[in-house]
Design a protein around this ligand. Structure first.
Ligand code: GUN
Ligand code: ZN
Length: 433
């Protein structure tokens, strides 16, 4: 199959080096779920004369978007105004997450959540799970049904949440192990341990996470870090003998290239240095940081330290699933932060594709349009009469078109989404399953 479209991707091995590459009349040839050829349409057509051609000539065809931090049980809490992190958790989010104790409810949430990821063009995601093992199994099962490449795992906490959400270190070990054995490495599912944050975790709980990471070195690890000043002070109080927040994880062996720490809005220099040295990843979640008033992400300090980061929607403190919108919030955050980074359209596209893939150790699999990568693609084609339609119809260069897409495109501009070369979403058609 050939998709004929205006293709745009970000190239480069770092944010500073991000550049746009585009083909106005381009084509991707897809074979067995992978990109098997690409370039100018006439060349690709000549090389594959018998392939069927799908015409997608309006709008832009981009690599699939990658969300490195989003919460499965939080779709319905989006929009709870006026609270900072700890009040938002206590008053709104934790009570809502207890509803996933009911399996039928969890199955509905899992379906809705995956549908929303897909229809927003998110083709890979690291997903923070539910505290209930059956609800977590429901998410994996739904992902398998769709062949969605999911990285996720049971959320755990043994203090300071609500009693219904608490586990014990022993139970967390057993439940994680059982989910790992059932799902990890099968059907494009990878398992990610997820102690919620140090405020909700005893040393014993963090220790069993360290043991599981040693036992299964190919697991991922995800948690929260340095999001909010009150949270940071509370963690320091709970762990008086640690050097800083990161150290609560570091001393259990939880740093490294398979670990993703969400937020890091208020890091100390030692923490940035250790994140960089260990190759740990940070999930920058700008809409959430603004929504909860957590602060303005110090992107320049991360770059200067060599600490790697990509973007997360952080639904439901984040206000949408669309990584296009999230990229615009990252842009605006840097514009308003003193000494912020001036991000180009290429840099924004790089962050939601290449950086996401690199953060999840998928740099050879996803994030770009190179031959051999998974055919994960999103076709942005604005609805007629929308502002984006008006701007794109007059736009000449890829840089400006993409700037308009980041400024204006949200889920209604996503016309089709392919994962592994299969179209999982097409605007106007009912989604299966
Ligand atoms: N820290 C611990 N849990 C959460 C959560 O659900 N959302 C955010 N934004 N931060 C957290
Ligand atoms: Zn989060």
């Amino acid at each position: 199959m050939i998709l004929r479209a205006r293709l745009v991707q970000a190239t480069g091995s770092s944010l500073d080096e991000a550049r746009l590459e585009s083909w106005n009349d381009g084509a991707v040839y897809i074979k067995r779920g992978k990109i098997a050829d690409l370039g100018p349409f006439t060349d690709v057509r000549t090389r594959h004369p018998s392939a069927t051609v799908e015409e997608l000539r309006s709008g832009l065809l981009l690599p699939g978007l990658i969300d490195v931090h989003v919460h499965y049980p939080q779709t319905s809490v989006i929009g709870a105004l006026g609270l900072d992190l700890l009040d938002w958790l206590e008053q709104v989010t934790l009570p809502s997450e207890t509803r996933l104790a009911e399996v039928a409810y969890a199955v509905g949430e899992a379906r809705r959540f995956l549908n929303l990821l897909i229809r927003n063009g998110t083709t890979r995601a690291l997903v923070f799970g539910s505290h209930y093992a059956p609800a977590q199994a429901a998410l994996f099962t739904e992902a398998e049904t769709r062949n969605y490449p999911l990285i996720s795992g049971l959320a755990t906490g043994d203090r300071n949440l609500r009693p219904e959400l608490h586990t014990t270190p022993e139970r967390a070990y057993v439940e994680n192990l059982s989910l790992i054995e059932r799902f990890h490495g099968k059907n494009d599912i990878r398992y990610a341990l997820a102690p919620r944050f140090s405020l909700a975790a005893s040393d014993a709980l963090l220790e069993i996470n360290g043991s599981l990471m040693k036992e299964f070195p190919e697991l991922f690890f995800q948690t929260h870090l340095n999001e909010n000043r009150r949270e940071i002070a509370a963690v320091a109080h709970l762990f008086p003998d640690t050097r800083d927040y990161l150290d609560t994880y570091e001393r259990h062996g939880l740093l490294g290239s398979r670990s993703v720490f969400a937020h890091n809005v208020h890091p100390r220099p030692r923490e940035l240095a250790r994140l960089a040295e260990t190759g740990s990843r940070v999930a920058h979640c700008p809409s959430s940081n603004a929504f909860l008033g957590s602060g303005l992400f110090p992107m320049r300090a991360h770059l200067a330290a060599g600490a790697r980061f990509a973007l997360g929607s952080d639904v439901g403190a984040g206000t949408r699933f669309s990584l296009l919108g999230e990229a615009m919030d990252a842009y605006k955050t840097q514009r308003v932060r003193e000494g912020g980074v001036n991000l180009s359209a290429a840099a924004l596209l790089w962050l939601v594709t290449r950086a996401g893939a690199a953060a999840l150790n998928l740099e050879d699999v996803a994030g770009g349009l190179e031959v051999g990568r998974s055919a994960d693609l999103v076709w942005i084609d604005p609805l007629p009469g929308t502002v984006l339609d008006a701007v794109l119809s007059r736009s000449e260069g890829a840089e400006h078109s993409l700037g308009a897409v980041f400024s204006l495109a949200r889920e209604d501009a996503v016309a089709s989404v392919w994962i592994h070369g299969r179209r999982l979403y097409e605007r106007g058609k009912l989604q299966a399953p």
